[in-house]
Design a protein. Structure first.
Length: 319
């Protein structure tokens, strides 16, 4: 009996030792497949798995920025990309986030790239401006996405109430398919330019991106300090023969505050030491510059990220 107990205890200790040696899994909240968030997150998790010992990284599809803020606040994900304007409102419990449900447990890691609001229509639709969306069926993005929030802001600034359009919620992929089939008239997509799903759609269907007028842009810039005027250059998508004027906002990597300084310092290091890998793996023309690490970010940085920047002579907000 003693021998059996000894064997069982040895087996138990072996299993416990093995479990303690397992890497901790960190979940990275992206958005829908086909968007730039997902491409970026997938590239990062592959790099981080090789670069950061003791951790494995997993990309999780989500609805987008708002969902990511909710999921990281509730502890379901560990890292996420979010729009800077929504991040600011959520952290400071202002705007549409006044209920304080989205403001706990996370800090900034890095400002990444500028994403812009892209309003896509079929070329044969006759839609040439924002007012032409009245009485049309329009996807404003997935529920809990940054696209949805920006669409609501733009429509409001343009005087287009919910009663004036048939508003539906679809992710990028579904919206592109429905537009191609003629089942919706337009869709909003806030993402980095050369978004894969729009790029593919432009090869399968003649599309246009519509510009925002100066009045709408001025109102957006006045109401939302982290927004900027943004030009989508001609030729960004197949058949796009002229520049498109819209609004842009920085995308920001955030992390759970409870993650160790060491792991977040290595997360930050991975981003800047593999800038070319992100450029090659995504549709973005990006070149991460450590001097712009805090651009468009008005919330405190994780102390691990701050430590990385401090070593390189860059000061960021910590509290």
């Amino acid at each position: 009996m003693k021998k059996i107990l000894c064997v069982l205890m040895s087996c138990l200790l072996f299993v416990m030792a093995g479990c303690s040696g397992h890497s901790k899994n960190l979940k990275f909240g992206a958005a829908d497949i086909g968007g730039v968030y997902y491409s970026f997150a997938s590239t990062f998790t592959q790099l981080a798995d090789k670069e950061i010992d003791g951790y494995t990284f997993e990309t999780k599809t989500t609805a987008g920025s708002v969902a990511n803020l909710r999921l990281i606040s509730d502890g379901y994900i560990d890292l996420a990309i979010v729009q800077a304007d929504l991040l600011s409102d959520a952290y400071n419990a202002t705007g549409t986030f006044a209920d304080k449900k989205y403001q706990k447990g996370y800090k900034a890691v890095a400002s990444l790239y500028t994403e812009c609001c892209q309003i896509v229509v079929r070329k044969d639709s006759g839609i040439t401006g924002i007012d032409d969306l009245i009485n049309k069926t329009v996807s404003v993005g997935a529920s809990e996405s940054g696209s949805e929030k920006n669409a609501e802001q733009i429509l409001k600034m343009s005087g287009i109430t919910d009663e004036l359009i048939n508003k539906v919620n679809m992710d990028y992929t579904e919206a592109a398919e429905k537009l191609k089939a003629g089942e919706i008239d337009a869709f909003f997509c806030t993402a980095g330019t050369r978004t894969e799903v729009i790029g593919q759609l432009s090869k399968e269907c003649d599309i246009c991106l519509i510009s925002l007028d100066d009045k709408c842009i001025d109102k957006m810039l006045s109401a939302y300090s982290l927004c900027e005027k943004y030009i989508i250059p001609a030729g960004t998508y197949n058949g796009q023969d002229s520049d498109v004027t819209t609004i842009g906002v920085k995308s920001v990597l955030i992390a759970k505050q409870s993650l160790s300084d060491d792991v977040i310092k290595n997360v930050t290091k991975t981003i800047y030491e593999h800038a070319d890998d992100f450029k090659y793996a995504t549709s973005l023309d990006i070149s991460f510059d450590i001097n712009t690490a805090a651009d468009g970010v008005d919330i405190p940085f994780h102390s691990g990220a701050a430590a990385y920047y401090t070593e390189r002579g860059i000061n960021v907000l910590t509290e």
